[in-house]
Design a protein around this ligand. Structure first.
Ligand code: ATP
Ligand code: MG
Length: 394
C-alpha cells in the first residue's frame, strides 16, 4: 500500500531563521540512515515537509526501523501519494485506502481535509463531508467521532494529494551534526552507552574512548565495547573508538597510592586522557554514564574530585536517573543484552574493599604527587600507542 513516508519533526520547527540548517541536517541524516537499507529511496524537502519516497521493491519494516533511529524525526507517516484528481475519484481512493489499511473497520473515524492548494474545486469542509460520506457508504460499520476518533484520515490537497492516517513515533531529539561533538567515555557497562545515546539525541556527534587493561581485561571485554559502540552507532552514525591501554598506569597507581583512593585517582587519569583526545578531535565536551550515588566513585564528593581535572564540560545525562530508568532506555536502544555480559572491567580489577566515598581533593592531589616521576611519560605512551577503531553501523 505505502511507498512514501511523510516525516514529522517537532522541535526543529521552532528554530526561526536557522530552521533550514536543521531541516537540511535531518534530510542528510535520513539519507545516511537509509544507506544500507534494501530499496531505492529519495529524500526531499518541500514546503517545510520532508518526504521519503521509495522506488520499486523495498523492505517496509526495515525502512521504518531505520527511520525510527534518526534523531530529529518525531513521527513517520506512511502515506499514499496521488496525482491531482476530482473529488469523486478522491473519494474512491479514500475508500480503497481504508479497505487496505484497516481490515477491521469496527472503529470510529474522522476525515481531516487540508486544502493547501486553494484552486481545488471544493474547500476542506466540503471535502471532509464528501469523503466521510463515501467511507460510511462503503463501510457501514464505521462511526464518525470528530472529537476522539480511533482513526483520523488526513487528506492533504497540494500539487498532488496525500492520504495518511498513521503516525509511527520516531526518537525525537535533534539531527546529529547540529550541535557539535563530544567524547564519550565508553565502558562495557549499562550506563555509558545510554549516556552517549542521550547526548547524541540532542544533535551531538560522538566519538568514544575505552580504557583497556590487558591481560586483566580480556579481548572479549574489548569486543563487548566495540559491539556496544556498534549499537550506539546505529543512531549516531560512525564512531571513532579510541582504545587506550591503561594497564601500566593502573599498576603504577596501585603501587604508589593508598588503595582506598585507587578508583578515584584512576578516574582522574581517565578524565585527563579522555580530555586530551577530546581536544585533539575538536570536541566541546566529555560524556560519562555517572549517576549520583550509584557507586563510591559517584558520590557528590567523588564527582567533585574527578571533575576537578577537567577543563571541558562533562556531560552526565544520567546524573539524576535511577538504575531502573537507565535499564529501560538500554533495553529500548538494544544495548542491554550486551552490557550485561559478565566480562571484567578495568574499574573492578584493582578495586579496594572499602573505597573512599568522601575523598578530599587536597589529599588526593597530594597523593598523586607520588606519581610524578613516571606518570607523564606513561600517559604520553598510552596516548601514542592507542588503537583507533572506526565503528560503523550495519
Ligand atoms: P557503566 O555502566 O557505564 O560502566 P558504571 O556504573 O560501571 O558505569 P563506573 O565504572 O564508576 O560506573 O564508571 C563511571 C563512568 O566512567 C562510566 O559510565 C563511563 O562513562 C566511564 N568509564 C568507566 N570505566 C571505563 C572504561 N574502562 N573505559 C571508558 N570509560 C569508562
Ligand atoms: Mg562500569
Amino acid at each position: 500500500m505505502f511507498s512514501s513516508f511523510m516525516i514529522k519533526y517537532a522541535e526543529i520547527g521552532v528554530k526561526g531563521k536557522n530552521r533550514y540548517i536543521f531541516e537540511d541536517a535531518l534530510v542528510h541524516q535520513i539519507k545516511l540512515g537509509l544507506k544500507n537499507c534494501p530499496g531505492t529511496f529519495k529524500v526531499t524537502k518541500t514546503q517545510g515537509r520532508i518526504f521519503v519516497d521509495t522506488e520499486g521493491e523495498f523492505d517496509y519494516d526495515e525502512t521504518i526501523a531505520r527511520l525510527k533511529r534518526v534523531f530529529g524525526v518525531w513521527g513517520i507517516c506512511p502515506m499514499v501519494r496521488l496525482e491531482d484528481m476530482d473529488p469523486d475519484s478522491l473519494c474512491e481512493e479514500a475508500v480503497k485506502y481504508f479497505g487496505a489499511v484497516y481490515p477491521d473497520r469496527n472503529k470510529t473515524f474522522k476525515v481531516n481535509a487540508r486544502r493547501s492548494r486553494k484552486s481545488y474545486s471544493i474547500d476542506s469542509m466540503e471535502l471532509n463531508a464528501k469523503v466521510g460520506e463515501a467511507l460510511l457508504k462503503a463501510y457501514p460499520e464505521l462511526k464518525v467521532d470528530v472529537h476522539n476518533p480511533e482513526i483520523a484520515l488526513t487528506v492533504e490537497v497540494r500539487e498532488q494529494i496525500f492520504l495518511y492516517s498513521e503516525i509511527i513515533p520516531g526518537p525525537g531529539g535533534l539531527p546529529i551534526g547540529t550541535n557539535g561533538k563530544a567524547m564519550l567515555l565508553l565502558s562495557g557497562g549499562i550506563d555509558s552507552p545510554v549516556a552517549g545515546w542521550m547526548i547524541a539525541k540532542r544533535g551531538v556527534k560522538i566519538d568514544a574512548v575505552y580504557f583497556h587493561a590487558p591481560p586483566y581485561t580480556s579481548e572479549r571485554a574489548k569486543q563487548k565495547v566495540v559491539d556496544l559502540a556498534k549499537y550506539v552507532s546505529r543512531y549516531t552514525g560512525p564512531i571513532n573508538l579510541h582504545v587506550i591501554n591503561f594497564t601500566d598506569i593502573q599498576l603504577y597507581i596501585y603501587e604508589q597510592c593508598p588503595h582506598d583512593e585507587l578508583t578515584i585517582i584512576m578516574r582522574r587519569y581517565m578524565m585527563r586522557i579522555a580530555e586530551t583526545i577530546a581536544k585533539e578531535n575538536e570536541c566541546q565536551g566529555l560524556i560519562t554514564g555517572e549517576s549520583i550515588g550509584q557507586v563510591a566513585s559517584q558520590t557528590t564528593h567523588s564527582l567533585l574530585v574527578t571533575n576537578d581535572v577537567c577543563e571541558l564540560p562533562v556531560f552526565r545525562p544520567l546524573i539524576g536517573f535511577d538504575k531502573e530508568d537507565i535499564v529501560t532506555i538500554s533495553k529500548k536502544i538494544d544495548t542491554y543484552e550486551t552490557s550485561v555480559l559478565p566480562y571484567e572491567d578495568c574499574c573492578t580489577i584493582f578495586v579496594a574493599k572499602h573505597p573512599v566515598t568522601k575523598p578530599l581533593l587536597s589529599a588526593i592531589k597530594r597523593h598523586e604527587e607520588s606519581l610524578s616521576e613516571k606518570i607523564d611519560e606513561m600517559v604520553k605512551t598510552a596516548l601514542d600507542t592507542r588503537e583507533i577503531i572506526e565503528v560503523m553501523p550495519d
